[in-house]
Design a protein around this ligand. Structure first.
Ligand code: ACM
Length: 531
């Protein structure tokens, strides 16, 4: 059906005499030439129709105009103007849409191609105007992120540049393949503070990522304030915590709310993860009563896994878990609460089931939808529970059975999406238990073809987890995420039919000047023709 529609459009376009470029078609400028093409963005747009007659130039008198009466359009307009002002030095006032503009960027709610849905947009570039149309604020925001990539790379500079600010002419119609496009940051193994998390959010939002999963608790640290159990952070997130004892710190509730709000302004929903019943040494070290023998274990600063477990048979465990879930749910506007469930090797299968049967309903009790790592499928969870597949194999019987029962899946196969894995044997940072992951490995798979019995309809989306055993700084985070995060972002957004390594690596190479302007410390993979 889709293919027939595509052919119909191709024929119609040929009749108009305009070239039509579908996502992934090899229409990328040679890396040494500065010419920007309409489709040369990441993630690849669904449909691109260049028009050489339509080049737009941003000028000192250009205005940003937004749908009259739409606070949503105005917010996106203000954000866009703030993004474009430093490098252009232009005033870029944000005003309601008017009839006869001289030069404008217009952000309009409504009137887009019917396919754009809730998150997509239509972008039209003519000599006089750039017009982004969408049904929602999120769609307009996505369109502005595309526009950023269509401007010269120096638009990302922090100060005024002398550049002719052209945007290639034509039309883009674009919308996501999957509703969920995620990135995970582990703030437990080494703590990363609000500024660092928000800096990562800024980068994620440029690639149309819409979920940030925060791994908040683990054996080496507990990183979110819980009022009813204060020692979780004063002890479990205090001095000496984290891998090698050098990753202390935690988010106060105010900090967490600040991250949630910062992400929301960039159309990213935060998913908090409280990992249990294993990966709990920091909590059990802070509270002796959370251990079956009543003895607090010493803090752990190594990177072993699978040794800790909450006390499944003790009622106090369920009071603790309910207190935590209630307090986390209260400060989380997003729909999901992730309860971990991975690597519970110190818990028998029967205990694991007992624990999950008690805990899964608590998530619903406080108004959230439970997600967990794929091990959670051992307990045949209710159909609204979402599991996150992190395995390296292409079969998983429990997962396939869960899918057959109607459960949805987030795909994070460790040997493709774990962007804390080393690129190759020489990578200074990262681990290698799931193998080396070069950019072509991160890009070279299809989420809907990865695991037997887990097809397109079962998949909510993809996520790139970034575990922080070896990562201490924002530079470290950037070095592992770039350039692989954009690869996962494209798998989540762009149509499978356009998936094309040659096209992707060409477009990726053109991102480098943007990252240099933004100060992003990226890995210069030899697989990519960097500009
Ligand atoms: C995991 O990597 N243990 C989810």
């Amino acid at each position: 059906m889709r293919r027939r529609n595509t052919m119909t459009r191709l024929l119609a376009t040929a009749a108009l005499g305009l070239p039509l470029v579908l996502a992934g078609a090899p229409a990328v400028a040679a890396p040494s030439t500065p010419v920007r093409q309409l489709g040369a963005v990441i993630p690849a747009p669904v449909e691109t129709r260049p028009d050489a007659r339509g080049t737009f130039t941003l000028r000192p008198h250009t205005v940003v105009r937004t749908s009259p009466g739409s606070a949503a359009a105005w917010r996106v307009g203000r954000q866009l103007a703030e993004t474009l002002r430093p490098a252009t030095g232009y005033p870029l006032p944000v005003l309601p849409v008017a009839a006869t503009p001289l030069s404008e960027i217009a952000l309009v709610i409504g009137g887009a191609d019917a396919r754009v849905g809730r998150e997509g947009y239509q972008l039209d570039v003519t000599r006089r105007a750039v017009t982004i149309r969408a049904n929602t604020e999120a769609g307009l925001f996505a369109g502005t992120q595309t526009l950023r990539q269509l401007l010269p790379a120096r638009i990302e500079a922090p100060d005024r540049q002398r550049v002719t600010w052209t945007v290639p002419g034509g039309r883009i119609v674009d919308y996501p393949r999957f509703a969920y496009r995620g990135a995970m940051l582990d703030v437990a193994r080494h703590f990363h503070n609000v500024d660092e998390i928000n800096a990562y959010v800024d980068l994620l939002s440029q690639y149309k990522i819409n979920y940030l999963h925060l791994h908040l608790t683990d054996d080496q640290g507990w990183r979110l304030q819980i009022d009813s159990w204060p020692r979780l952070t004063t002890v479990g997130g205090g001095p000496g915590t984290g891998v090698d004892g050098v990753g202390p710190g935690y988010l106060t509730k105010a900090d967490y709310k600040a991250v949630v709000a910062y992400a929301a302004a960039r159309h990213i929903t935060v998913i908090p993860e409280i990992d249990m019943p294993g990966h709990t040494n920091a909590a059990q070290s802070a509270y002796a009563e959370l251990n079956c023998d009543g003895v607090a274990p010493p803090p752990r600063t190594d990177i072993e896994v699978g040794y800790s477990s909450l006390c499944i048979s003790d009622e106090l465990t369920y009071k603790f878990v309910e207190d935590v879930i209630r307090e986390v749910a209260e400060i989380t506007p997003g729909p999901f609460l992730h309860i971990g469930g991975d690597e519970a090797h110190a818990t028998t299968d029967e205990e694991y089931r007992t624990f999950m049967d008690r805990v899964l309903p608590l998530v619903g009790k406080y108004g959230k939808r439970a997600s967990g790592w794929h091990e959670i499928n051992q307990v045949d969870p209710p159909a609204d529970v979402v599991s996150q597949f992190w395995g390296t194999r292409t079969t998983n019987a429990d997962l396939a059975e869960a899918v057959a029962r109607g459960n949805k899946v987030i795909m994070s196969p460790a040997n493709k999406t774990y962007i804390d894995m080393k690129y190759d044997a020489n990578t200074r940072l990262g681990l290698k238990w799931a193998g080396y992951i070069e950019v072509s490995d991160a890009y070279g798979w299809d989420p809907a073809q990865r695991v037997t019995g887990v097809g397109e309809d079962a998949i909510l989306g993809v996520e790139a987890p970034l575990w922080s055993e070896t990562l201490r700084s924002l530079d470290d985070i950037e070095y592992m995420a770039f350039p692989r995060l954009p690869a996962i972002a494209e798998l989540g957004w762009s149509p499978a039919a356009g998936h094309d390594w040659e096209s992707f690596r060409g477009r990726l190479g053109q991102q480098a000047p943007r990252w240099r302007q933004q100060g992003v410390d990226f890995y210069p993979s030899p697989q990519v023709p960097w500009v």
